[in-house]
Write a protein that binds this ligand. Structure first.
Ligand SMILES: [Zn+2]
Ligand SMILES: [Zn+2]
Length: 278
């Protein structure tokens, strides 16, 4: 007997959505197939009761909705920016060659069984091509569809949070511990601003500690890897432009090379003119 796969969620049983009052995307049970909230097995509680060995009821996770609930939680905790909640693979199909090919490559790698510990990707290219949107689609695939722990951070925002934490007297280990252990970490807008020595130290610590674990890191950046790469592409039309190596230190860039593959995307800004703010 063949089961028909729901066309709306393709069997994932959950979809991303945006809810007023939340800055990040949140998941919902697919309204066309499974209503997690109305699961008939557990009446939507997520738990079923069985008789324990020594008598008395014991709560077990519901066998019919526990898995989808877990994946929904992974997506909610990934903190996908609300603006990109609806990122879809089809967004890139008619795009320019660079972003389209990057999307195809990433989708194929995920379909072929990407796991935390596999090499990540550095999406490098000028602003407005859809790099963040693509990273957000990757996050949806790895969390909501595959069930891995994932976290999105914008680099400058991360630094200001760390700074605020230090000011409250929270130790470095506590602040970055969660990020170091995250199975998949997506660091966006890397090198948007020049970093101080303290900030470079924090970044180095996160990256080098992740390097020694079975985790994967993805990056988004508007910058070229280094001067040679910028020159090859003719960036700046002869005027020197800032590169990742300038902004975040050569040593860190070398370590990133060992954990992620640089993918340079060229193309023109696709955003409406009034939204070009970086
Ligand atoms: Zn469905
Ligand atoms: Zn259930």
């Amino acid at each position: 007997m063949s089961e028909t796969v729901c066309k709306r969620c393709r069997g994932v049983k959950a979809l991303p959505s945006a809810v007023p009052g939340f800055d990040t995307a949140v998941s919902m049970g697919c309204p066309s197939c499974t209503q997690v909230a109305d699961c008939p097995t557990c009446e939507g509680t997520g738990f079923v009761f069985v008789w324990g060995k020594h008598g008395g009821p014991v709560a077990n996770r519901c066998p019919d909705c526990a898995e989808v609930r877990k994946r929904m939680k992974q997506f909610d905790e990934a903190l996908v920016p609300r603006h990109f909640w609806d990122a879809a693979w089809s967004d890139f199909e008619r795009g320019e060659a660079g972003i389209r090919d990057a999307a195809l490559m990433l989708r194929r790698r995920i379909d072929e069984g990407f796991r935390p510990g596999d090499a990540g990707v550095v999406l490098s290219g000028p602003p407005g091509l859809g790099k963040t949107r693509l990273l957000c689609r990757v996050i949806r695939a790895l969390s909501l569809e595959k069930g891995f722990g994932v976290r999105y951070v914008e680099f400058a925002h991360l630094l200001s949070e760390l700074r605020a934490g230090f000011e409250r007297g929270v130790g470095e280990g506590e602040l970055i511990g969660e990020l170091v252990a995250m199975p998949v970490l997506v660091i966006d807008e890397l090198g948007k601003k020049a970093v101080t020595e303290w900030q470079a130290g924090i970044l180095d610590e996160i990256i080098s500690k992740r390097y020694n674990r079975e985790v994967s890191t993805f990056f988004g950046t508007n910058l070229h890897r280094d001067r040679a790469a910028a020159t090859r592409s003719g960036a700046g039309g002869g005027v020197a432009v800032a590169t990742l190596a300038d902004r975040i230190d050569d040593r860190i860039v070398s370590r990133i090379d060992e954990m992620a593959r640089f993918v340079r995307i060229e193309g023109t800004d696709q955003r409406p003119k009034h939204r070009r703010d970086d």
